[in-house]
Design a protein around this ligand. Structure first.
Ligand code: BGC
Length: 742
């Protein structure tokens, strides 16, 4: 539709119709086509409003979306199509690893392909907008939603954010792809204590330097929507933060897309004590810049009274409606309200072989080899080696993680299926449950019937453990697939203790006593604290929730068909007491081991180590890549003179290897204390056995710029160091001087 016709449409709409465009309910409100009953009464909105609401949450699949669209358009006074939005976070029907695993791939190119594939699947099923990427920077593994984020680094997260947005929206000009809604603006990942829905407190310099770049990157990549956060930042709820939504997002970054609240977060302004009632909340959210109210009664019931009592000007409503109509128009809904969705399109695209292949590759690349004592891995395929695949995840199909709402467990390749393709002498025994903690499940609302599904009787467990131990005893190598339960991470999955469940640790002790090599594969949505098991195993593969192709990908790595290349995108703590922990922390005045003070008075704990168990960027491969010392071509880095840092890599191993070469910066003197190190670039290079390759980073002076507490970028002369190496602990560096006019 041309813009004039769209304007005419807006001008012809009644107030109720306009308000309708600004509200979003979930599928059950429509009860398919019969809206005469259902939860609209519970939320206190009228049947008429439901019929006018401009978008719907989490109705997906061609059959359901087409049916609802037909009904909706037929009864809508102007036949404006409904917009279908959904949580399509890391795959649709083909499920990829959770984003924390995706972050560990350090492969934005492949991520873009995966998200383009996801968009194609979702589009075939009638979804128009995805509530992703979630790019909240995360530093505290207690928070369950770290699973949804690419990780703790501003630079890596920004690359991932851009790749995901580009993938989702890959060819919108030709109606291929779906719109991307970035979330949760802003700094939801910094909730205090890692406790879900808590507030965040943060210095402006930290916000601009570390937390905002990934959202900004997503906006630069063209994201069409932004979702606010359920949390507060420095005392202001994200859903009513005029400074964030207007000054930063719209004015500074030039974002002209649609802003949506998070689920019920406008209504929650009252609970926060930021608004006195639903009407006040509606006023504050709309005037701050929130266009669409997700799943609350606020806009539906309060915008009209706000106009009547003169507190709100109708132009505010018109602006918001205009943005929603523009999005519908950009998506071509006025021409084709289904956007090509059909059951035939689904049959052609969902879980197609090429999509599975991409999932398998991304899943392999997400796996991080954390330990490999005595080169116990890789196992030898099709040999005499007897493999016992044990533990609660050995044959389970629950490898998709908390947010894979469109995935089907039944499509998942299990570990047992994956390993069976390589091992001619395989035995499988799950022994124990994932977690035998009835109180925890009850606390999450599980009934007795549900409990019996997840926790077997003591007698059954005893028998299963005995059977598994016998299998392990007869094997040459034990692969123990352990981890946390799907329900222990994701939204509202905050935890205080991050160890493997007691029953699994107990099983590991028994396995250890058999005196066989033990390989631990960890399934989790977060960095767990592995300190008390690390010495009890010979190898560790961190496997996240690896997705539909998880079993294949893990088996590929275990048997060396894929040489592991994943690198941690989030620090693994040695103890929960270290949290939050992240590599790019500000320099302290009393660094441990370096300070002139006696060891007591340094930046450390007296009862636990300060160092993490596994650092950001860490990860092993089979065989070792050697680096030469980095060299730099200039002694001064200036705005008119970049610096080129070079290293040469050599693969002395027997397998091809993919190495992620990481380049970090430290600025020695600055008006805001700088991090000990921060990632400024990385390159993935693949080396054949025996091959050498030179890798070059060109660093511009502007990459050294940092934010002050006034939110402005600063570039200051200083000695700097550029580190190039395998991970964030690298000591190899070159020293030069950053020289700028001040
Ligand atoms: C979550 C969002 C999600 C929304 C819709 C909320 O609870 O915080 O991330 O997109 O629900 O399902």
């Amino acid at each position: 539709m041309d813009e004039r016709a769209l304007r005419t449409l807006l001008e012809s709409m009644s107030l109720a119709e306009k308000v309708g465009q600004l509200i979003q309910f979930s599928g059950e409100f429509y009860g398919a086509t019969d809206i005469s009953v259902g939860p609209q009464h519970k939320l206190g909105v009228t049947k008429e409003m439901v019929g006018l609401s401009g978008s719907v949450l989490n109705v997906a699949g061609a059959k359901a979306t087409r049916k609802l669209q037909d009904w909706y358009m037929a009864q809508h006074p102007h036949h404006i199509p409904l917009l279908f939005m959904s949580d399509i976070i890391y795959g649709y029907r083909t499920v990829y690893p959770v984003p924390l695993g995706i972050g560990a791939s350090w492969d934005p190119e492949l991520v873009e392909t995966a998200y383009a594939n996801t968009a194609d699947e979702a589009q075939a099923g009638g979804s128009h907008v995805s509530f992703a990427p979630m790019v909240d920077l995360v530093r505290d593994a207690r928070w369950g939603r770290v699973l949804e984020s690419p990780g703790e680094d501003p630079f890596l997260n920004t690359q991932m954010a851009k790749a995901m947005v580009r993938g989702f929206q890959h060819d919108l000009a030709h109606q291929r792809g779906i719109a991307s809604c970035v979330k949760h603006f802003a700094a939801y990942g910094a909730v205090e204590g890692g406790r879900e829905y808590n507030g965040a407190q943060m210095a402006p310099a930290t916000l601009f330097q570390d937390y905002l770049p990934a959202y900004k990157g997503a906006v630069e990549a063209g994201a069409k929507m932004m979702m606010t956060s359920l949390s507060t930042l420095n005392g202001v709820p994200g859903t009513a933060d005029t400074w964030l939504l207007q000054t930063i997002l719209r004015e500074r970054w030039g974002f002209d897309g649609v802003i949506i609240s998070d689920y019920a977060s406008i209504y929650e302004l009252v609970q926060h004590g930021f608004a006195k009632d639903a009407q006040d909340a509606s006023f504050k959210a709309l005037t701050a810049g929130v266009d669409i109210d997700m799943k609350s009664p606020c806009y539906a019931n309060e915008l009209a009274p706000l106009l009547e009592n003169g507190r709100l000007d109708e132009t505010k409503i018109d602006q918001a409606v205009w943005r929603v109509l523009q999005l519908k128009n950009t998506l071509g809904l006025f021409e084709d309200p289904y956007r090509g969705a059909s059951e035939a399109a689904e049959a052609a695209t969902l879980l197609s072989a090429d999509k599975r292949q991409v999932a398998r590759q991304l899943s392999r690349e997400s796996l991080v080899l954390l330990k490999n004592y005595n080169q116990v891995l890789p196992l030898t395929p099709h040999s005499d080696q007897k493999v016992a695949l044990v533990g609660p995840y050995a044959a389970r199909d629950s490898l998709l993680g908390m947010w894979a709402v469109h995935g089907h467990k039944a499509d998942t390749v299990t570990l047992a299926q994956g390993v069976a393709q390589y091992s001619d002498h395989l035995s499988v025994g799950q022994a124990t449950d994932i977690v035998r903690d009835a109180e925890m499940f009850k606390g999450m609302g599980a009934t007795d019937a549900m409990l019996s599904q997840v926790i077997q009787s003591d007698a059954a467990e005893e028998a299963a453990v005995a059977d598994t131990l016998a299998k392990a005893q007869a094997a040459d190598v034990i692969v123990f697939v352990a981890g946390e339960h799907t329900l222990q991470s994701g939204e509202a999955g905050s935890r205080g203790h991050l160890r493997l469940p007691d029953n699994q640790r107990q099983l590991l002790k028994q396995l250890r006593q058999l005196g066989k090599p033990v390989v631990l594969v960890v399934i989790s949505g977060r960095p767990l604290v592995l300190t008390d098991v690390v010495d009890d195993v010979d190898a560790i593969v961190q496997a996240w929730f690896p997705g539909s192709e998880g079993g294949n990908a893990i088996a590929d790595v275990l048997f060396g068909a894929y040489n592991p290349s994943g690198r941690l995108s989030m620090t693994f703590p040695a103890d929960e007491g270290q949290l939050p922990i992240y590599y790019n922390h500000p320099s302290t005045g009393r660094p441990e081991g370096v300070s002139q003070h006696s060891s007591r008075f340094t930046a450390r704990y007296i009862d636990i180590p300060s160092e993490p168990l596994f650092a950001f960027g860490a990860g092993l491969s089979y065989g070792k890549v050697d680096y030469t010392a980095p060299v730099v071509d200039v002694s001064e880095l200036r705005p008119d003179q970049p610096a080129t840092v070079t290293v040469t890599l050599h693969n002395g191993g027997e397998l091809p290897v993919t190495e992620t070469v990481q380049c970090y910066l430290h600025q020695a003197v600055a008006s805001i204390v700088q991090p000990v190190k921060r990632l400024v670039d990385f390159k993935r290079v693949t080396l054949e056995p025996g091959a050498s390759q030179t890798v070059t980073f060109t660093i511009q002076a502007e990459q050294c710029a940092f934010y002050g507490n006034d939110g402005q970028l600063r570039l200051e002369s200083s000695p700097i160091q550029l580190y190039v190496g395998h991970d964030s602990t690298t000591k190899a560096h070159v020293a030069l001087t950053l020289k700028v006019k001040e």
